[in-house]
Design a protein. Structure first.
Lengths: 168, 107, 357
């Protein structure tokens, strides 16, 4: 199951990410990104992180990407035209990105013995301890960071309201 | 079918998948001209890094990596709210989303 | 059956379960439409559909054939693939969430060494989060339908609908936290079991003192399904038909079915979280094995269906009674009343639970 899930949703994620890169219209890119995020959620679940899988769907695809789609609809963003800047960026960018990929995959492949293998984690049909483990760590040892992030969100909300409001 | 059902996946494959997604994110970040698309490629890179966190968390049998991803999500949500508000403000003053034309500081 | 491997048995049993539940849900959707037309008719002092079949019982079939045979128009300016994708997303999301709903008491059946729960398609330990996640994905169907139609009414309707759904999702999610705190679990089966002790007295809405949470949930759910009195996205006097103005034939039927499937899901969740789900209101006054093994398996399903049915009737009754909100009232109500009350509900519930030990 692990391998089947990995192959299906890994491929789906890569194809959708490539679609994000190739599509001209931002709304198509946004929808491809939603597909990437949903397939990553399945991969998280297969790695035994079921809370994160749900959070990924609710927070990323359900809130952040809806905000993106909403903004694109609101500003009525059209297709983008290739410019001199984008041509220059693609000449430099694609080899650079490929170099970064080669470097990363070289490191990962050379260390693959030490990394080991994964099995289908967190049997979903039984009450898992994943949720309990996350929440007990989050609300005891990491309570201060957790509270600080809630302040961060509050500040972000205020900032967004001030920025997006029409000036009187 | 049973062999396929019980097959395992090396952690390195998850990391390479994350590397692929991250690289596509970098390429999109460089090539795209629409500021919303650029912002979305940043989100793609964040997601790729999150995948490595979860894979490592599975490898070490610890939830710390998952908690890190949780915090990344929270920060990404805050970033999206502020970032999109900035984009709306830019569009309101400049009437464009093309990053090549947002060069008020240069000229 | 013995020549199948465990994995194949698992797949086969689950596909069978999915097919049965899907057929029942779609039939329920069709007859909810009929129920609404009938009840609304009687509220407005007329008969409702009464010509096709006895008491108009075959009306859903006739409606289905009519919609299927209509011409499928696609506007020239529509964004082709997205225009088709939008109703599929809407209907798909509304049907998927039924999968985690336990509609009967726990009955494990073991076949070929594979044990499956007969009355629950997938008993997921994060069932509640799954439902919330799928609901939030459903916003795409509506947002995309408005945008891809290239029509000002559709765009305005979908902007209204998606901002309304995103706003009320917060109050909806927060209203459920009290229930989760009491059950100490996100699994819908565990939440049902936590209310089963003393029948009606231990239901979350009465014994659990979650009636504030319940009313917030109910109001937010009406807004979430774009139903009266929050049906501004399709306010016909302002927006023609809202986000599905440009849709015809089966594509329109998919939006229509999605709306009613969402109603059923929301009623199921309200039943499970606040009204004890398939648990009997009599508690242990009736013995658990009352009426033999078959009847004792059927009774919980009947309780569940009866509770869901009464929620659907409430939906229709509200639609027949209440006028529509104004849009600024709707937003102000969601953010300034429902959200703070939901937070206060969480604080009070957790304080009570903590003080009780």
């Amino acid at each position: 199951m692990q391998l089947v899930l990995f192959v299906i949703f890994g491929l789906l994620a890569v194809v959708a990410a490539l679609n994000l890169l190739l599509q001209r219209h931002p709304i198509n890119s946004a929808l491809s990104l939603v597909v990437v995020m949903m397939s990553l959620a399945v991969l998280y679940w297969s790695l035994g992180a079921e809370f994160l899988a749900a959070a990924q769907v609710i927070v990323y695809s359900g809130a952040i990407m809806v905000l993106f789609v909403f903004t694109i609809m609101l500003l009525n963003a059209g297709e983008e035209e290739p410019t001199t800047g984008s041509r220059a960026a693609s000449i430099v960018g694609f080899p650079g990105a490929a170099a970064i990929f080669c470097l990363l995959s070289f490191v990962f492949l050379s260390e693959r013995k030490a990394l080991g293998a994964t099995t289908l984690g967190g049997e979903l049909n039984t009450a898992g301890s994943n949720l309990a483990a996350i929440s007990s760590l989050l609300f005891t040892k990491l309570l201060l960071p957790f509270e600080v992030t809630s302040v961060l969100i509050l500040v972000a909300i205020l900032g967004a309201v001030v920025l997006a409001r029409k000036e009187q | 079918m049973t062999g396929l059902a019980n097959a395992t996946v090396p952690v390195s494959l998850y990391l390479i998948l994350a590397a692929v997604l991250f690289t596509i994110g970098i390429a999109a970040f460089l090539v795209k001209r629409n500021i919303i698309s650029i912002f979305m490629s940043i989100e793609l890179m964040l997601n790729a890094v999150n995948l490595t966190f979860v894979a490592f968390s599975h490898m070490w049998h610890q939830v710390s990596g998952q908690i890190f991803v949780f915090f990344v999500m929270v920060v990404a949500a805050a970033e999206a709210a502020v970032g999109l508000a900035i984009i709306i403000a830019i569009f309101r003053t400049r009437q464009t989303l093309n990053v090549d034309q947002i060069n008020l500081m240069k000229s | 059956m013995s020549h199948l491997t465990a994995f194949q048995t698992f797949l086969l049993l689950n596909i069978l379960k999915i097919a049965v539940v899907l057929v029942i849900t779609l039939t329920a959707v069709a007859y909810t439409v009929l129920l609404e037309r009938k009840v609304l008719g009687h509220i407005q002092n007329r008969w409702g559909p009464s010509r096709v079949g006895p008491f108009g019982l075959l009306q859903p079939l006739a409606d289905g054939i009519k919609l299927f045979l209509k011409e499928d128009l696609t506007p020239l300016a529509a964004q082709g693939p997205l225009f088709i994708l939008a109703p599929i997303i809407a209907l798909g999301c509304s049907l998927v969430s039924i999968a985690v709903v336990p509609f009967g008491a726990f009955h494990a059946v073991t076949l070929n060494g594979v044990s499956v729960d007969l009355f629950n398609v997938a008993n997921v330990n994060i069932g509640l989060l799954v439902i919330l996640g799928i609901t939030s994905i459903g916003v795409y169907g509506i947002a995309l339908s408005g945008w891809s139609s290239n029509n000002k009414f559709a765009l305005l309707g979908s902007l209204r609908a998606s901002s309304q759904m995103v706003s009320y999702e917060l109050a909806l999610g927060l209203s459920l936290v009290g229930v989760v705190l009491r059950a100490q679990s996100l699994s819908l089966r565990d939440i049902v079991n936590s209310q089963a002790a003393h029948g009606i007295l231990s239901w979350n809405v009465f014994g659990g003192l979650q009636f504030v949470g319940f009313f917030i949930y109910l109001i937010a759910a009406y807004a979430e399904t774009n139903r009266c009195p929050f049906d501004l996205p399709e306010a016909e006097s302002e927006l023609v038909a809202g986000y599905h103005t440009e849709y015809s034939s089966m594509k329109f039927a998919m939006f229509f079915m999605a709306e009613y499937a969402n109603m059923i899901t929301v009623s199921c969740v309200a039943t499970l979280l606040f009204f004890g789900g398939p648990a009997s209101p009599l508690g242990h006054l009736l013995p658990d094995n009352f009426g033999g093994p078959v009847l004792s398996a059927i009774f919980p399903i009947l309780w569940f269906v009866a509770k869901v049915f009464s929620f659907l009737l409430l939906y229709i009754w509200v639609r027949g009674t209440l006028p529509r909100f104004r849009y600024d009232q709707l937003m102000a109500f969601g953010w300034k009343v429902l959200l703070p009350v939901a937070m206060v509900n969480i604080i009070v519930t957790s304080l009570v639970l903590a003080l009780r030990g």
